[in-house]
Design a protein around this ligand. Structure first.
Ligand SMILES: [Zn+2]
Ligand SMILES: [Zn+2]
Length: 336
């Protein structure tokens, strides 16, 4: 196992930028910047690329030995919460790899405290949700609540199949009531909404996004989905058990006229009716064509610094769109 690059001391601006891209929360501090193909956060410091969780460990502990591996106890590669990070020697890891192969997962991973049997029981219990279930299960199994949340959302332990258990996407299973916004928060909110010129145009969120393209903002230290906040502002209330759907099928849209409330079942029906599961060019959210994606993929074969930004600008899409194409997480059916 090659040694990792030593992490340099961060200057104030670098650590500020770093922390801004790993917003603190009660659970995992998910990296919102660049990701590696295996889903780890990447950060560039002084022209060198480092793994974000290693930098987080370094910032919290004052050191990050080059021959130590930093593991996630929460199994969430994007997580930069130092309390979810533990170090292990590369010797341990080599032994682990020899014993179990590179793709050791679940119980075979020595960082894990849950067993396959535990997870099957947890999944069975998750089928019938109850109040504070995540916290109670976390206590029962002596793990971090995010471990349970990740099992619930299908992020981890996917290979343990339990009849009747369906993963719930995190955005849908963990909703906090939206607080009243202060004037300053309101101004910040609307500053990040780009209203279309036409009466029926989408109002796209131009701030931070979550994976599926929904806008995200922070209010009083917590993350909220931008379109939910918009619905709340327009209607004065938002029952936390309801989801807000886009009639325009455009996740970043915050136009209250394109938003309606409904249940999860309604949403699934919508998806089927509108054919949102169809991929690539046929998908109505997409602004790229297969031709453009082919060109992007060819360009990415000869990378250079700043390329992602340039391509995003050229094709008028978000940098994340280019990153996911490059990493093969989207448009995987377009081969070059
Ligand atoms: Zn975590
Ligand atoms: Zn819209």
């Amino acid at each position: 196992m090659p040694k990792c690059l030593p992490i340099p001391e961060l200057i104030e601006r670098q650590s500020r930028n770093f922390r801004a891209r790993a917003p603190k929360s009660d659970g995992c501090w998910e990296w919102t910047g660049n990701l590696s193909t295996t889903g780890y956060g990447r950060v560039s410091l002084g022209g060198q690329v480092f793994l974000a969780h290693r930098v987080a460990y370094f910032l919290a502990n004052g050191e990050c030995p080059t021959d130590l591996l930093i593991r996630h106890t929460c199994h969430n590669h994007r997580c930069c919460n130092p309390s979810h990070l533990i170090s292990g020697s590369s010797a341990d890891n080599s032994q682990d790899m020899v014993d179990h192969g590179r793709s050791t997962r679940g119980e075979q991973n020595y960082a894990s405290v849950l067993t396959d049997k535990n997870v099957a029981t947890i999944k069975t219990k998750l089928i019938t949700p109850c109040q504070n279930q995540i916290i109670l299960l976390a206590r029962e199994y002596e793990v971090c609540p995010s471990s349970i949340r990740n099992i619930k959302s299908g992020k981890t332990w996917k290979h343990i199949e339990v009849v009747g258990f369906n993963p719930t996407p995190p955005a849908l299973c963990n909703r906090t009531p939206i607080p009243e916004l202060t004037l300053k928060q309101l101004r910040n909110f609307w500053a990040r909404v780009r209203k279309g010129v036409g009466k029926d145009d989408c109002w796209e969120w131009v701030g931070d996004h979550i994976k599926k393209g929904y806008g995200r903002l922070r209010l009083g230290g917590r993350n909220f989905l931008a379109h939910r906040v918009s619905f709340f502002l327009a209607n004065g209330e938002l029952p936390s058990d309801l989801i807000i759907r886009h009639t325009c099928n455009n996740p970043p849209c915050c136009n209250p006229n394109h938003l309606k409330s409904g249940t999860c079942a309604d949403n699934t029906r919508d998806r089927i009716v509108s054919g949102r599961s169809i991929r690539g060019e046929q998908n109505c959210i997409s602004v790229l064509t297969e031709e453009f994606v082919t060109a992007i993929k060819i360009a990415c074969k000869t990378p250079f610094p700043g390329q992602i930004k340039l391509l995003a600008k050229k094709y008028k899409v978000h940098v994340n769109t280019i990153q996911t194409i490059k990493a093969g997480r989207s448009w995987a059916h377009v081969r070059v």
